[in-house]
Design a protein around this ligand. Structure first.
Ligand code: KG4
Ligand code: ZN
Length: 332
């Protein structure tokens, strides 16, 4: 059984082939055009998806050594994401499924980030908690089965990836700044500067206040010493990263305590953060959690996770028809 999956929700055009439960190829074309604008420009993202989608799909098929006639289904990201970007992948998938006369499978991008854990061993046991952290989302999800998920808490304003990227912008680092903060943080002192943690009830998050504190802190320091950022970039990045990771882990600890669940996973682009990965492993050892961290390749946006989610839907004949259209916002 061969499934071709397409992902185009933001600034990554990706295609993957899954054959009998195993990922055979995962091709990702990252759109570099956005760097010069300091963030993703939706119109440019749609146009770049148009340019990349055919070569990316062809490479995914070639890498997997299958032809389009070997395919049994086409899966695509329906949402959430940028509407114009989603339209490219959705239209492409619909046309291909129509042409080949094979089933079409719609996938929720956030659900797919969670199911990236089922691409490789070890796989989490149900029920597990998944902290899904990306440029658009910050959620703690209780996962009862592959297709049954419930959001226990989420951000009420910015996503943690956004907090990383916007802070990086204040430091004059190019977009996306998250990976660069991570890089500098590796050599810095995480408690060089401290920031007040947000007070958010329950399992919800808030990152807009902390982003403002970083901004005021930097403005004040630069007034006293114009070279403050250049001279202290490593300590600044380490302290900011330490604060953001702390906010995430405090809520995750609370969620585990409240639910009694000790199978803990992380997913989404920010789960590539080395500080988060390290602190989560340490906390897991202390609290007797079983911690699951995906391979880097499956943390940021990729079509392999879309293919994995599609397999679960294929097995229960959960297909959609040609009237399907993308959704910028989407519930589970
Ligand atoms: O899941 P993803 O690829 O796309 C969305 O669905 O948003 O996540 C992208 C986000 C960006 O905010 C990026 O800065 C962040 O993930 N990110 C990181 C790291 N790698 C990616 N943030 C911190 N440290 C990293 N190593
Ligand atoms: Zn994502």
């Amino acid at each position: 059984m061969n499934i071709l999956a397409i992902e185009s929700s933001c600034d990554e055009t990706s295609a993957a082939v899954l054959s009998n439960g195993k990922i055979r190829s995962n091709v990702v074309a990252t759109q570099l055009i956005h760097t010069q604008y300091g963030g993703v420009v939706p119109e440019l993202a749609s146009r770049a998806h148009q340019q990349h989608i055919l070569p990316v799909v062809e490479k995914a098929l070639n890498d997997a050594k299958v032809t389009k006639n070997d395919l049994d289904a086409i899966a695509f990201t329906k949402g959430p994401g940028l509407l114009g970007a989603l339209l490219v992948g959705t239209s492409f998938a619909k046309s291909m499924a129509l042409g080949l006369d094979i089933p079409l499978i719609e996938i929720n991008h956030m659900q797919a980030h969670v199911l990236a854990h089922f691409i490789e061993d070890p796989k989490p046991q149900f029920p597990f908690l998944c902290l899904t952290v990306s440029g658009g989302h910050t959620q703690i999800i209780r996962v009862t089965s592959p297709l049954e998920m419930e959001i226990l808490g989420e951000t009420k304003d910015d996503a943690v990836g956004e907090a990383f990227d916007k802070t990086a912008k204040l430091l004059d680092l190019p977009y996306p700044g998250g990976p660069l903060i991570d890089k500098y943080a590796k050599e810095g002192n995480p408690v060089a500067y401290t920031f007040p943690l947000p007070e958010m009830p329950g399992l919800d998050f808030s990152f807009s206040g902390i982003k403002t504190s970083f901004m005021y802190f930097l403005q004040k320091q630069v007034r006293q010493n114009p070279d403050f950022i250049a001279e202290n970039i490593k300590d600044i990045c380490a302290s900011i990263q330490h604060t953001l990771v702390n906010i995430l882990l405090l809520k995750l600890k609370k969620a585990s305590k409240e639910t009694g669940i000790k199978e803990i996973a992380i997913a989404g682009g920010v789960s590539a953060n080395s500080g988060l990965r390290k602190s989560l492993i340490e906390l897991g050892e202390k609290l007797a959690w079983k911690v699951y961290i995906p391979e880097f390749e499956y943390c940021t946006d990729n079509a392999a996770m879309i293919a994995m989610a599609a397999e679960y839907k294929y097995l229960i004949n959960d297909f959609c028809d040609q009237t399907v259209s993308p959704a910028a916002r989407m519930e589970f």
